[in-house]
Design a protein around this ligand. Sequence first.
Ligand code: SIN
Length: 546
Amino acid sequence: MASLQKILSPASRAAAVTRFCFRPSTLPVIVNKTRVNTGIYGNPFSRLASTMVPKLKDPSLFKQNVCYVNGEWVTAASGKTFEVHDPATGALIGTAPEFDPHDTEKAIAAAAVAFEQFRHKTGRERSKLLRKWYDLMLENADDLATLITWENGKPAADARGEVTYAANFFEWFSEEAPRIYGDTIPSSVPGNRVFTIKEPVGVCGLITPWNFPAAMITRKAGPALAVGCSVVCKAPGETPFTPLALAELAHRAGIPPGVVNVITALHNTPQVGQELTTNPTVRKISFTGSTPVGKLLMKQCSTTLKKLSLELGGNAPFIVFDDADVDLAVAGAVASKFRSSGQTCVCANRIFVQRGVYAEFAAKLADQVRKFRVGHGFDAGVTHGPLIHSRAIDKVEQHVRDAEGKGATVVLGGHRLPGLGKNFFEPTVLTGMTTGMAMAEEETFGPVAGLFEFETEEEVVRLANATQVGLAGYFFSRDLGRVNRVAEHLEVGMVGVNTGLISDPASPFGGVKESGFGREGSLYGIGEYQVTKMITYGGMGKPLQA
Ligand code: SIN
């Protein structure tokens, strides 16, 4: 997200910092028994990992200093590059091209030429291309996962999980591609016939975050290609190498030149974002990231009235009622709160627990969190990796200190883990959370579970909805009446009932309020990349007289 933040003008940047959508895994486990200065977890493998350059089975998937434009690997015209670092160790991974608006314009132009051919392929032809891309992702899953862990930090098992999740979007949309239907509509004018066809919107700009280096691209590129669009994907500055490897697989899959373009920038991200959002050839922008950046992009898109999908920040309520299965709720909280060390937009952010089960839930949650193993994502047994960068760590620490200062109790964790590296933070459980605390207002995007106590259903629904954003919400209850009432009253785009995991290519993903609009995945994801064209036939004559 840091690079996405750079889309902002300097003036807007400060505001964005507070609502920056940091982005996904599970909590730390003590890999050895060594206590480090301020943390409780140590890792004997961290030094080893810090000097380690992972081996890819296919080293040609690791593309340095080149972007993928019009079916070719090209450098930035300026020759400039930026550095990418392992968030766990700070070690240099490699360098990627610093594209500028002029480079971006060339990618857009290539996508425009490719669109004119690609849109006329049959759905079945597009389906086969997506399916091939899917197959290649699975064949190269180990390497893709290695790249994800290396540049994002998430543990190897989570990275592997992301590759499957990401590839599944291609599978899902390859199955949708041949099933693009229009409507026939009874006309109100005698003799007229009305029907609709669905057309691809055109060249799409995809702006994706670092927390799912593969899945956030496939979730957008899958439906775009399924309906016949071409794409220019701006990869995140923190994690460009996974997107570039996906581009190499697109090439091997035989996707025609210019249909998929993957470009990179770090310092130039605002200018590249500006080009994508104002170039009239681009007809659609899909963005996943923070609400402030989403608002800025929307403003920029208004100059050419582009179609938009915005998947923005959340502040997810996670509610445990007295009648819940507490063990299930604890498992749900671990999955939702600590996935990718708290760095997803659908992570639980405010955990509301009803008075009758509060103490039990807090103790059981802390017991589970205590089992986490924090360390370098390549190290065996590690369940939780580092956060993405120092700004993420600063925010998490600030939230914990703010809560402590206002009366919360640190049950577990609460500190950085400098013995592991500068981006590590202890998985943390706080009790005694109240509404005046920063965590009640802002997305923490880190491994901190803050527990708020409540008494009634009405009270907790009011508290849950007391936020400007509404992406995901979760609750645990065995009362069917309550399940329906609460699910219907939560002001969010997605509700998990008795589960902490809701992401699935078959399910519509998206928010309400300032969490944005548009849906990704599912049958609804297709429409985001289409326009409906109505066709009326007049003068079709009178009915036949029998
Ligand atoms: C996100 O953090 O925006 C995506 C999370 C997911 O797909 O589950």
